[in-house]
Design a protein around this ligand. Structure first.
Ligand SMILES: [Zn+2]
Length: 385
């Protein structure tokens, strides 16, 4: 009798692994996977100025195809503990609902992947017809510098290669089976800086006011769409988030104005082409008169997409089998660690329902754990056919 997803999820939820603490969470997985015959590695990464972080990589099998389950065992802080109807780290079940920080994001998802894998191995003589691995970090929710990026590099240096990866983030919007995330938009932030010339408001001809100029540039950049969307993505969006002059006086024309913005961009662009496009539009809007430039902030959030095909069909068919639903392929929302994995192999995100993630009383129906386990089990069955 192998451990159920609920057993594993409860064991994980009872570890208060608020980033950067591990609190025993990876040890729960290490014990289960070692027992099942996985070669398990615990790897600690460091970086000056950040906490050391524990990570886990486990693999069974030495041949291809190689399917990887990826995720994180760290969680965001619970907030006011007394506000929870069941303790944030209790792992309590009430009325068919499992409570705890990380129930859906994403200890529950990891528990289902492990339970499905153990069940699959037990039914197949203990070995996959290929390889199954778990790539689990303790550093996703905070700064994420000692997590997936370094773990992928570490694995690559050891000669590990992956054919496909499933990240068990809570991809579903309302009901389990409604959404697979097959990509994410890229993210790029910048600061628009307009230089004028400081002066007395009574003598504007001796000054150059950057305030109306930055207003005009914001309007120009805001009004022209970056694109009309693509097959898998909504249109890219440039959003101004702050305009800053920092001028305490009403009788002084300021020397400079700044505006912060963020762009969520689709697969029509790379960071480089996107920056070039925005700078070209800025130059056109400035003409010969306005002096403006953009300071681009560093970004590690590139756009990625796993185009619909054999792998997404296989996941989709497993979902339909277990839930009767045909999932939508979606690329909306924020970024996730899948963006790093996409540099190594095709990746999709499919897990529990995200509604209560990062909230007080984060919870999942126990029946969703059973469904997700059945879905992952179906994926394994089809993948290693
Ligand atoms: Zn997450």
């Amino acid at each position: 009798m192998t451990a159920t997803a609920l057993d594993i999820a409860q064991a994980l939820l009872r570890c208060p692994s608020v980033t950067p603490a591990d609190a025993g969470a990876l040890g729960v997985l290490e014990a289960l996977l070692t027992d099942a015959g996985f070669a398990v590695h615990r790897v600690t990464f460091s970086e000056p100025g950040t906490a050391d972080i524990d990570n886990l990589y486990a693999r069974i099998g030495t041949t291809t195809p190689h399917l990887c389950f990826a995720g994180h065992t760290d969680v965001v802080p619970p907030g006011e503990d007394s506000a929870w109807s069941h303790g944030a780290f209790s792992g309590d079940v009430a009325d068919g609902l499992l409570y705890g920080r990380g129930a859906v994001d994403m200890k529950g998802g990891i528990a289902c992947a492990v339970a499905a894998t153990l069940d699959y191995l037990a039914a197949n003589g203990g070995n996959p017809k290929g390889s199954i691995s778990f790539l689990i970090t303790g550093d996703e929710e905070d700064v994420a510098v000692n997590g997936t990026v370094k773990l992928l590099q570490w694995a690559a240096e050891r000669g590990e290669t992956f054919d496909h990866c499933i990240v068990g983030e809570p991809s579903n919007v309302e009901t389990i089976g409604d959404t697979i995330k097959i990509g994410r938009r890229g993210s790029q932030s910048g600061v628009l800086i307009v230089d004028g010339q400081q002066g007395h408001v009574a003598y504007p001809h001796r000054a150059s006011n950057p305030v109306p100029d930055i207003a005009a540039l914001i309007t120009a950049l805001n009004d022209e769409p970056l694109d009309a969307g693509s097959a898998q993505f909504q249109p890219s969006n440039l959003e101004f988030t702050s305009v800053d002059v920092g001028n305490p006086a009403t009788n002084v024309i300021p020397a400079q104005a700044r505006a912060k913005f963020n762009i969520r961009f689709n697969d029509h662009h790379t960071q480089e082409t996107l920056r070039a496009l925005v700078e070209q539009r800025l130059a056109a809007a400035c003409g010969n008169r306005i002096r403006a430039r953009i300071d681009w902030l560093p970004s590690n959030a590139d756009v990625f997409v796993t185009k619909p095909g054999a792998f997404t069909d296989l996941v989709s068919a497993s979902i339909a089998d277990a839930t009767g639903r045909t999932p939508e392929f979606n690329t909306g929302g924020g970024t996730s660690d899948a963006r790093f994995i996409a540099k190594y192999c095709p990746v999709v995100e499919f897990g529990l329902v995200g509604q209560t993630m990062h909230q007080i009383d984060e919870r999942t129906p126990v029946s969703d754990l059973d469904k997700l386990t059945a879905i992952y089990r179906g994926v394994l069955e089809r993948y290693f056919k």
